[in-house]
Design a binder for this molecule. Structure first.
Ligand code: NAD
Length: 251
């Protein structure tokens, strides 16, 4: 049976993962947070990596480098669920994936990964004259905006349109710069923050005289925890490489 180790164990997701693991009878070797051991007694990521089969990291981008180093040194696969990652973090993941299995995903839920596929398909069929707006809402304590999931959905839409990456625009940044008019072909993000919302996403395709709205609402964090544990069990024993949720879900 796969034994997991949780990084960011004192956080909302860390606690949700520990609780779903217990309910599913999955063995947890320990949990580490900024101050050290939360449970299990390992003082840091390096010690935890030695004690488990797979690490699950839902912490902060600043902790990623040390967490990947720990995974690499111990040869322990790692699931990275932390969002707010910049290109330099993705470069660290690519480098670590040369030595150990790394699965990075901004959203572990089945529903959002299905939504991603639908968005890609719709964007491919509709073409660039349908404007794409992505609206997301999360709880008041979320650190990053737009959410990693909103960016993942935007990237799927861009892929559907045949673009590598490109025209993804954060409405707030543009408004600060005094740019309010929509740019043709742009994918715009709007982020709402408040209350205890686990994660709502809506992708609006706006054409002339008609609109398609594809959305997902996370009712609580259990869906992410279940997905993270499924990903961890799938990743255990996999060879070095970079993996995504599509690989786990066969999408
Ligand atoms: P949170 O703020 O409740 O928890 C983050 C935890 O990381 C905190 O306890 C913090 O003390 C800890 N931490 C900080 N530095 C650390 C370090 N150096 N080592 C270990 N732990 C450290 O946040 P959360 O709501 O649990 O979310 C965590 C991350 O997961 C966020 O980036 C969030 O966006 C992301 N998230 C991803 C998914 C997904 O499906 N991939 C779902 C939900 C949330």
């Amino acid at each position: 049976m796969t034994t997991i180790g949780i990084l960011g164990a004192a956080g909302r997701m860390g606690r949700a993962i520990a609780s779903v693991a217990e309910a599913q009878g999955i063995s947890v070797a320990g949990g580490v947070d900024r101050e050290g051991a939360v449970f299990g007694g390992q003082a840091d990521a390096a010690a935890l990596a030695e004690a488990c089969d797979v690490l699950i990291d839902f912490s902060v981008p600043a902790a990623l480098s040390a967490n990947l180093d720990a995974a690499r040194a111990a040869g322990t696969p790692i699931v990275v669920g932390t969002t707010g990652l910049e290109p330099e973090h993705h470069a660290l993941i690519d480098a670590a994936a040369r030595d150990v299995a790394v699965l990075q995903t901004a959203n572990t839920s089945l529903g959002v990964n299905i939504l991603k596929a639908l968005v890609e398909q719709a964007a491919a069929k509709l073409g660039p004259d349908w404007d794409i707006e992505i609206v997301e809402m999360h709880h008041r304590n979320k650190l990053d905006a737009p959410s990693g999931t909103a960016l993942l959905l935007g990237a799927a839409a861009n892929r559907g349109r045949g673009a590598e990456d490109g025209s993804s625009l954060n409405r707030l940044d543009r408004m600060e710069a005094g740019l309010v008019k929509r740019e043709e072909g742009g994918i715009y993000y709007s982020s709402l923050r408040g209350g205890s919302v686990a994660g709502d996403h809506m992708v609006v395709f706006a054409g002339d005289d008609e609109r398609i709205e594809l959305g997902h609402r996370a009712e609580n964090r259990t869906i992410f925890a279940r997905g993270a544990l499924k990903a961890a069990q799938w990743l255990a024993g996999k060879p070095a490489g970079r993996y995504a949720m599509n690989d786990v879900l066969g999408l």
